[in-house]
Design a protein around this ligand. Structure first.
Ligand code: AMP
Ligand code: ZN
Ligand code: FE
Ligand code: FE
Length: 285
């Protein structure tokens, strides 16, 4: 079991467990460093921070994950130590969530056209207060019996390039880097192999202010991890890692803390945050 997990989702986006539950699970599993990184939302940070204060053995790192579509795949930008109270960051994320809502409605419409009507109210209910995403649509499809597994939704209908897929709001990865920096955080490229040419993107995003890359990840082969470690070294980036835990039982899911991430990765992230004078990193041991 890892002592570090820096990529986790809660009910603030498409995860199953509340921020409070996530913190308690992390403690029960003996994690020492945990970051909450909900899709386009910092709404879980307050609750997670407050809960983590009850457990001095756990260092909690506030985070966010911002998704962008690019020609060769998807770029997801993790933002660590962001100031979740920052008004401009909150407004920008709010806009993303509105566009996620429109996007989800678009996909529901396309599914209806394919003979698989869903009740929009049910999809909203599954999303709750969290930012709505394709997993909520997949769950509604499962309930209706249109598919027999969660993954089937992505493979046949709502995955990129599939007939019910709708693109998200246009934002460039450079803009995502800027949004994180302006929100007082440290931008890190998540799961670099969701694009065809990760190196090209690292080269491009480093001068924009990217500080790290996620080297330890659920779907990585050992080769993918070592390739990422070499790229990080070549471009002067720190490395992070995590499970991308959602708790919704996708077949490729590993548990919270289920990806081995060295403690040095968390320490390196915290050190950099302190060097940059980020106050949210200052009271950490
Ligand atoms: P969205 O934010 O709406 O683009 O949805 C992205 C989320 O859908 C990811 O964070 C995963 O939780 C989930 N997801 C994406 N692709 C797949 C897949 N092939 N199988 C299962 N879940 C997926
Ligand atoms: Zn997700
Ligand atoms: Fe992601
Ligand atoms: Fe994620």
């Amino acid at each position: 079991m890892s002592k570090v997990d820096l990529h986790v989702h809660s009910t603030a986006s498409d995860g199953r467990y509340s921020p409070r539950e996530i913190i308690r699970m992390a403690v029960a599993r003996g994690l020492e460093y945990l970051a909450l990184t909900d899709h386009d939302s910092v709404d879980g940070i307050e609750e997670a921070t407050r809960t983590a204060e009850e457990y001095p053995g756990l260092t909690f790192i506030p985070g966010v994950e911002i998704s962008t579509d690019v020609a060769d795949g998807e770029i997801h930008m993790l933002g660590y130590f962001i100031d979740h109270t920052d008004r401009r960051l909150r407004e920008a994320l709010e806009e993303f969530r509105t566009s996620r809502e429109n996007r989800a409605q678009g996909m529901v419409k396309k599914l209806a056209g394919l003979g698989m009507p869903l009740e929009w109210e049910r999809v909203q209910e599954l999303a709750g207060d969290g930012s709505i995403g394709r997993p909520h649509i997949a769950r509604a499809m499962l309930e209706k019996g249109y598919i027999s597994s969660f993954e089937e939704a992505f493979e046949k209908y709502i995955g990129r390039g599939c007939p019910a897929y709708v693109e998200r709001k246009k934002m460039t990865p450079q803009e995502a880097v800027r949004l994180v920096l302006d929100g007082g955080g440290l931008p890190v490229l998540a799961h670099p192999f969701t694009v065809a040419n990760p190196e090209g993107w690292l080269k491009e995003l480093k001068p924009a202010g990217l500080i790290g890359v996620e080297a330890y990840y659920r779907d990585n082969t050992p080769e993918a991890t070592s390739a990422t470690l070499s790229l990080a070294e070549r471009y002067g980036l720190i490395v992070t890692g995590g499970s991308d835990y959602h708790g919704i039982g996708e077949s490729h899911e590993v548990g919270l803390g289920g990806v081995m991430v060295p403690v040095t990765a968390a320490e390196g992230l915290i050190r950099l945050a302190r060097e940059r004078g980020i106050p949210r990193a200052s009271q950490r041991p």
